[in-house]
Design a protein around this ligand. Sequence first.
Ligand SMILES: *[C@@H]1O[C@H](CO)[C@@H](O)[C@H](O)[C@H]1NC(C)=O
Ligand SMILES: *[C@@H]1O[C@H](CO)[C@@H](O)[C@H](O)[C@H]1NC(C)=O
Ligand SMILES: *[C@@H]1O[C@H](CO)[C@@H](O)[C@H](O)[C@H]1NC(C)=O
Length: 440
Amino acid sequence: MRILQLGLLVALASSVAAILIYIVGLSNPYDRFTVTDDDRSALRALQSGFKKCVDAKGLGLQALISQDYCHVTIQYPRDTVPKWRDPKTGELEGLSFDFNLCEAVATWEQVRNSSSILTKEFIDALPNGWEEYAWRRINKGIQLDRCKNRTLCMEKLSLVLPETPPFVPKQFGRCAVVGNSGDLLKTNIGKEIDGYDAVVRENGAPIQNYTKYVGRKSTFRLLNRGSAKALDKVVELDETKREVLIIKTTIHDIMNKMIREVPIGNQVYLMLGASFGSSAKGTGLKALEFALSICDTVDMYGFTVDPGYKEWTRYFSESRLGHTPLHGRAYYQMMECLGLVKIHSPMRADFSRVVNWLPSESILNAARTASEKVLRRIGAGMDDPLSACSIIKKRSTGKSPSISGLREAAINHQRYMNGATTYPLEKNTGNGMLCIVPDI
Ligand SMILES: *[C@@H]1O[C@H](CO)[C@@H](O)[C@H](O)[C@H]1NC(C)=O
Ligand SMILES: *[C@@H]1O[C@H](CO)[C@@H](O)[C@H](O)[C@H]1NC(C)=O
Ligand SMILES: *[C@@H]1O[C@H](CO)[C@@H](O)[C@H](O)[C@H]1NC(C)=O
């Protein structure tokens, strides 16, 4: 009995010791994940500015902050009547949503510096890229038996798979992302939208007959599965026929056939998505993600963001139930108050509206570095632009994306990156990046 008790005691003591070593190990001052006082104050500054911004600009939304400086809750006024029900649980949407500011600043900054278009060099560089990844971007790809016949797989992707990224970070200056909300009919902002360097539209959004409200210019169009199936109809929406089509799901045989036979002359690409969890379901957030990966600034129009707006109409058709509208609106408000986007809507109609309490560049940079440590991201707290790469491959010579004719901001970014291209990897790989460096 004695011996048993002694054994238990030893076991207990050693596990306590192990825990202690673990804790001490974590707070080792030389550990690059160690969160310093400066890191904490940067996060606190971000969080308190964020609260002021949401309270001032959120049209009734309020941000609650806590001791945990990564965490914020965005809350709707008590008298808000939620209308959307979860089809699975039948539950009404809630009135308060938790967000992780650290996750948001770290992840969106990665988006801004990486390619969001699927390329051949990405698949080639990914370990088992063809066997594990490529077939998932082909409709019914499972029948391709993990791309056993690589030629066949490549054939199916070839029309939408450039060798290197066709667009680079900061290629465009000011961009507008135009959603499809019926709200657009309340203001005549067509001219305002046409003044942007690039305009991103979504799915089957018509332009003709609505130019007073939505403008004429259309540089990119983000397509979900349904719209991609009707590619021939979609290309008719843009009279210039120069719109670049970005598909967020998979490529279909019918699409390939249309591109070849109709023929569709527009450039068509597949989007490579970073994952933002449940709020990322919609085409809207994907369009913002795409714009942020190629533009200096992003303004959003036609997203249902005003309080009291319950119709969910599209500007060109009958009402249609959106999903998680309150969550979406709160998420967009978070993006605005982190300085990622500027929201335009009938209730925020003043074009030159200033968003107060935005984090300064220095706070944002410090908070991002701190966040990377808190989240224990690969490359946290390091200055080298390639420190976040968990996979690095050399690009075969002569295949670098062309930088001739690019804006200065884009060239400077390429220079900062030493000519490397980074691609986001899926979440389960520790948020590292896949990086392709020039072979010099
Ligand atoms: C692989 O696919 C190509 C293109 O469709 C085809 O020509 C070839 O016969 C296939 N190879 C095998 C081994 O099935
Ligand atoms: C625009 O309006 C005209 C006249 O009403 C109509 O014939 C045409 O089909 C409309 N175009 C679109 C794209 O809806
Ligand atoms: C993104 O690129 C800019 C330069 O364009 C650089 O200052 C910044 O540190 C980069 N961020 C990350 C996370 O690499």
